[in-house]
Design a protein around this ligand. Sequence first.
Ligand code: PLP
Length: 426
Amino acid sequence: MFREVRDNTLYIDGCSTVTLAKKYGTPLYVYSESDIVRRFEELKKCFLEKYPSTRVAYAAKAFFPVAMAKLVDREGMCVDVVSGGELYTAIKAGFPAEKIEFNGNNKQLAEIEMAVEYGIGRIIIDSLQELHLIEDICREKGKKMNVLFRITPGVKSSSHDYIVTGKKDSKFGIPLDDEVILPQIKGAIDSEFVDFYGLHFHVGSQILNNDSHLQALDIMLNLVTKIKEELDYDVKELNVGGGFGVTYVDEERPSYSYYLDPMMEKIEKYCAEKAIERPNVVIEPGRSIVAEAGISLYTIGSIKDIKDIRKYVSVDGGMTDNIRPALYQAEYTGVIANKAEVEKTEVVTICGKCCESGDILIKDVKIPHPESGDLFAIFSTGAYGYSMASNYNKNLIPGVVMVSDGNDRLIVKPQTYEDLLRNEIL
Ligand SMILES: Cc1ncc(COP(=O)(O)O)c(C=O)c1O
């Protein structure tokens, strides 16, 4: 277990959180490398080694400093990027270009040019204009690009509206509309400048039930049939996205097999019945790789006990290092890391230091009696915390430490006030 308690102190991957806070200061993001590796190992066993012609493209948006890009590469995975910045990070980390896949709903001309120049593995086309943009760039540069079409299958998953992406009313993907989609796919199949590989869908994020993935897959397999029947083309690749859920408070995290086995069964059965070769199957997990591996460490400052109403315990970070509670009412839990064995006697609200009443990190968490100077750890902040961090109120973005088997290393320095003004014309 990468999280444990020793001598009243919370340890993560063999490192004392109290020692880490003293060494690096707070707020601080701490990631267990062993836990991230364990997730990739799990995927190797239950997916990559179990089913041939499969790939995992880690969704960089969840957490992607250069050190993470190197880890993903070392583990033999591909990466899914959604911006020039993520693409640049991958390339700077030495990530093999052919193992990079590019998603996103409004890819910029310069971003596509960059992708074509680097010769990345796939572009997942998100709109009808994008195909023509890619063709123009490839024509000009004398290159060819492998492409998939991202389709919105019209399935609504049971997640917060902001992280549901597969329903028809969505800014992502191309709506499933035969008269529109089939001619476009034909255009891609016939194009001199792209190699059409297949279809992509992503139903949403933090999904704890496999229904929406399976429903979307059925819809996509129907489209595979139509492409075969009407265009006489065998789809080579099916990318089923990410979205696999994790434990934040007390949710039961399903295994990867829970999602992947029935999907693979469906695909294999379908291909056997239709007597077609099974397409490559690709998944794009982000959150489920890094969420639980990360914790946020804060120092408790002011404590306000509003009689008969609420006790506000303020920490030295907040919505600037973790926007998820304010953005979509995400729930977390945590502990006083230096009082890990002390009896929990009080229900308090953990709030940040930003000038927003909504800057609440945890509402109603039971903890031991808190005092200024205590160290507060929030669990499962590894996904979409650091990657969504901002400088609101000109607060500084904390540093990131990677820990493994009792060793720690800083992988992202904490911002300084000089960093804050770097791009300002003084
Ligand atoms: C296209 C695509 N793939 C993968 C992901 C990763 O999802 P998750 O972090 O839930 O696994 C997302 C996230 O929204 C996405 O939009």
